[in-house]
Design a protein around this ligand. Sequence first.
Ligand SMILES: NC(=O)c1ccc[n+]([C@@H]2O[C@H](COP(=O)([O-])OP(=O)(O)OC[C@H]3O[C@@H](n4cnc5c(N)ncnc54)[C@H](O)[C@@H]3O)[C@@H](O)[C@H]2O)c1
Length: 321
Amino acid sequence: MSDGQKYLVTGGAGYVGSVVAAHLLAAGHRVTVLDDLSTGHRVSVPEGAEFIEGRIQDVARWLDSSYDGVLHFAASSQVGESVAHPEKYWSNNVGGSMALLAAMRDAGVRTLVFSSTAATYGEPATSPITEDTATAPTNPYGASKLAVDHMISSECTAHGLAAVSLRYFNVAGAHGSYGERHDPETHLIPLVLQVAQGKREAISVFGDDYPTPDGTCVRDYIHVADLAEAHLLALTAATGGEHLICNLGNGNGFSVREVIETVRKVTGHPVPEVTAPRRGGDPAVLVASAERAKDRLGWQPTRADLAGIVADAWEFVRQGE
Ligand SMILES: NC(=O)c1ccc[n+]([C@@H]2O[C@H](COP(=O)([O-])OP(=O)(O)OC[C@H]3O[C@@H](n4cnc5c(N)ncnc54)[C@H](O)[C@@H]3O)[C@@H](O)[C@H]2O)c1
């Protein structure tokens, strides 16, 4: 890893972006965070990063040739909201990314790492999901991210951009004082932790009659620090003219009930659960094959243990009490 590079981190006041920004700084890089604080938090911007409060749609004002690359996290990312307000997702995710690609072209910044998502695959019938699995998003959020992936591919082919899209599965855990504070929260582990904290009465289990060992949905949880390490490796692996797409997950699935049970054990608190009907669009199993990330990035997750992921997230939420 070469040191002393200068990177723009869009969305660096958010959950994943703040953790990656902290890792970049720790590796000796210079970091500028661009974030409009629409879902992010000023306190999440790591010390040592320059902070610009602004929108990616206006990124051309700040991006210049002094930057060695961009890590692009800024997006709207709530599935339910994307169904109710698709226009927000096309505008912010696709329109914002288009403005970013144009600014990068104009400034001659030729390296990009993009936060793509497992939602681009929709509900595949086969598991684990590889990058060759057909993309068939089932909501505007996943569709908007897939559209950005297509835009990036053509930018690489036509204009020589070096780009890596990382398709995250369920990001979880925390990195010291950097963790998940979405509002509204829609992710399972922080929601179950809210029950353990007494902030929420019970956790709803949406469907317990799926064809899985305990009947509840199985998902692939990846520690946010493992995810961050993949971003640093992606910066090194990015090659002019190529759009490399890599899934990021542990390749292990945990059921909703396993997550709840793990939270009970880690926190020592009771976690009442309520079984509710299935939600539309929830596939039984979503597990990643991350073989390509291992092969092309040299990435190896080291924090795959669910109890460890939950323990780090629990420590983070208790800091905020
Ligand atoms: N968290 C997950 O499990 C997960 C899974 C798959 C993909 N992703 C993707 O990873 C990225 C980061 O997710 P997160 O969980 O950290 O979300 P987050 O909401 O915590 O972070 C997104 C950040 O982008 C900022 N932002 C949004 N629109 C902006 C704009 N137009 N200009 C400037 N800043 C803007 C927000 O204020 C926020 O700080 C997103 O692109 C998301 O789609 C996340």
